[in-house]
Design a binder for this molecule. Structure first.
Ligand SMILES: NC(=O)c1ccc[n+]([C@@H]2O[C@H](COP(=O)([O-])OP(=O)(O)OC[C@H]3O[C@@H](n4cnc5c(N)ncnc54)[C@H](OP(=O)(O)O)[C@@H]3O)[C@@H](O)[C@H]2O)c1
Length: 291
């Protein structure tokens, strides 16, 4: 990859860019604030809004690898942002070398706590998962007609030293499900995810899907408890399963209706990425050490 275009160049995009110091990196963001942040990080900003009806891209440089990291809009079951991106790419005379799309493991839906590899069927449940599934399918269809390889990553919850839920824990308003009833959930350290994204561009098979997680699922309750312990904050109060509906936020409830453990062996075997932070403790310890 000689040139890199990162669509939705936020936290993960900047981490990818830091790992590719010798490439020309262009980052597409919406706001001026984010564009300034990119400039400060040595990334060339491209300020565009994927929600705009006249969204267009400048001509791509030859041999451009494209990372599509922009989230779908907050409502609906489809992803018009990906649709606009693909329409804009169709106008470029020089197609990208490949596209890496960052999706979510929510596309699998509820798997009853099973270990889930990439052969599991997509059974999205929440609308946000339907939007991701829609984006994935759009990309696969576009890949079949354009001939540009697309690699999809299904990602668990992303965490890192500088993106922990400190404000939510400090607010005193956070409630979690009591540990005994808490479903399985998955995580990946943001730096490991950046490595997976780059490996997917370099070694991912066209059309392939890779689960991206650290391989050590726990529960969301366990996550909040461990983060609170590491930060020296009180653990959030827990709510038993039978009163969850009335006491937990709708967003929290929608995550808790799904349980799965991501099998990440394909990522390891085909992309050659083993996590630098294989579990929450190692990722959180890194925070303490960096402080
Ligand atoms: N949080 C998780 O645990 C999790 C799990 C799985 C997948 N993901 C997904 O992983 C991806 C990367 O995550 P991240 O942490 O790097 O996200 P992030 O820091 O929030 O960055 C998202 C970027 O997308 C840009 N963007 C959003 N809407 C846009 C629009 N309409 N037009 C143009 N640009 C737009 C934002 O630009 P502005 O800043 O200018 O708005 C920002 O640069 C996201 O799609 C996220 O949803 C997250």
């Amino acid at each position: 990859m000689d040139n890199v275009l990162i669509i939705g160049c936020g936290d993960i995009g900047r981490r990818i860019a830091r790992r590719l110091p010798d490439r020309r990196i262009v980052g597409l963001v919406r706001s001026e604030e984010s564009a300034q942040r990119l400039r400060a990080a040595g990334i060339e900003p491209l300020q565009r809004d994927l929600d705009s009806a006249d969204f267009a891209l400048p001509e791509l440089a030859p041999r451009t690898t494209l990372f599509h990291l922009a989230p779908p809009p907050p409502r609906g079951r489809s992803d018009p942002r990906t649709e606009r991106l693909l329409a804009a790419l169709a106008q470029c005379s020089c197609p990208p070398l490949c596209v890496v799309y960052l999706s979510t493991s929510g596309v699998y839906g509820d798997c009853g706590g099973a270990w889930v590899d990439e052969t599991w069927p997509a059974r999205p449940r929440a609308d946000r998962a339907w939007r991701r599934w829609n984006a994935e399918r759009q990309l696969l269809t576009w890949s079949a007609t354009s001939g540009v390889p697309v690699v999809r990553l299904r990602v668990g919850g992303i965490y890192a030293p500088d993106r922990l839920p400190v404000a939510r824990l400090r607010s005193g308003r956070l409630r979690v499900l009591c540990p005994e009833g808490a479903p399985w959930s998955n995580r990946i350290h943001a730096e490991d995810l950046a490595r997976v994204c780059i490996a997917a561009a370099e070694r991912g098979r066209s059309g392939a899907l890779y689960n991206a997680s650290d391989g050590h699922p726990t529960s969301m309750t366990d996550y909040f408890y461990r983060v609170a312990d590491h930060l020296g904050l009180p653990r959030p109060p827990c709510v038993p399963a039978d009163s969850a509906e009335s006491e937990l936020s709708p967003e929290m409830l929608s995550f808790l209706r799904e349980s799965r453990r991501l099998d990440n062996r394909r990522k390891r075997d085909e992309l050659g990425v083993t996590p630098e932070f294989p579990d929450l403790d190692s990722g959180l310890r890194a925070r303490v050490e960096s402080e």
